[in-house]
Design a protein around this ligand. Sequence first.
Ligand code: SAH
Length: 469
Amino acid sequence: MDYLPVFMDIRGRSCLLAGGGEVALRKGTLLSRAGGRLVVVAPEVCAELRELVEARGGLIHERPFADADLDHMALVVAATSDNAVNHRISELATQRALPVNVVDQPDLCTFIVPAIVDRSPVVVAISTGGSSPVLTRQLKEKIEQTIPAAYGRLAALLGRFRSRVKSHITDFNLRTRFWERLLDGPLAGMVFAGREKEAEEYLLAELQRGAAEERTSQGEVYLVGAGPGDPDLLTLKALRLMYAADVVLYDRLVSPEILQKVRPDAEKIHVGKRRSHHPVPQEAINEQLVRLAQQGKKVLRLKGGDPFIFGRGGEEIDRLAALGIPFQVVPGITAASGCASYAGIPLTHRDHAQSVRFVTGHLKDDEVDLDWAHLAREDQTLVIYMGLVGLPNICTQLVAHGMPATMPVAIVQQGTTATQRVVIGTLDDIAARAEDESIQPPTIIIIGHVVALHRELAWFNVERDAGDA
Ligand code: SAH
């Protein structure tokens, strides 16, 4: 972020506006809409600006800017046509640590004024940090269209009941849930249709219910797949629950970009941390889920990929089901599909692979213990999770059971993330290549003729970069 977005309270405070033309008028209008008291300094002041200042009880000094004009100001806007004056104001204001904006000269500003969608008390401020005014305008139009004008009335109504709700429902989490339920229900529709009285009655009835619920609260667990890494691969349902949860338990496969999308004030607990190479034991996680839900919390268990594919999701909900704790399971894009798509490898293909198998390459007693005879078939694709350490063993076994040593193999490291790497080889050389390239987990290994179809990797990067521009 290049700028810190803040909303500043200037009600009743003096704001210096240097300049008396069109541009100054525009800024002056904005400042006075936010309750600022205008002090205008300019050799000439246009009639409209004069009217505005007089109507709002401000001051006009019809003369050139003087250094002392900055005294007792809360904020400074320079909108003169004289570059030297604008520079001088910026320099002096900065010396005094006064927030200063020089119109259209970001390098002279300590704050910039965003584009605004005003549904007071709801205000949306939009900025592209000066990179693209056209993009800013387009975003503003989109937001203008999505937020009905009546949102202001809705927010005002909620504001009127805020302290009452706070004293009726004292538990923070329950209160948040109360507001969420209210806003998901018919209340907004009533306000938008102008039936405010009805909306207030509805709110009061719901408040009774919310207060009653506080005495018998029950938590809930969401077991949610976060996908393989790229936050754009989250499902809409995952996003919604990430915003609804009070507490989040996540493991090491959940990328920081995804974690950022969790509600900021939710408690975040890392349960995948490797303590002396041992993650938090599964039983301890199961117990923690139960304990938090029993405290009445909405608990999000966020897992890499899909919770039911090598994710031990089944074990986590077993305990919950036995204890009658409500839960939901939300599927995610599993690493196999994410990595295959982003590396340009189709997992099945009419001519090359009629089926695909997901297997774990986890070592037991230094061996990968799998049904090799069934895996060594040529007409299927094998996708191996957790297979990097066992890779030499896997390749040897497949060849020993009849797979050609020339069978193509792909390793996808940190698939779908900005740091994705792909190494391609064959059963007889892939282990050596992985070592040469210092490939690190997490990796997905794809074995089969489909690997030969992979697109040029440049294609993947070009696509992604273009998307970010
Ligand atoms: N439930 C997860 C898998 C968990 S097992 C899923 O559905 O994807 C952990 C293994 O998943 C890792 O060892 C690795 O083999 C694979 N994996 C997960 N994310 C990955 C990624 N972004 N790139 C490559 N492999 C990944």
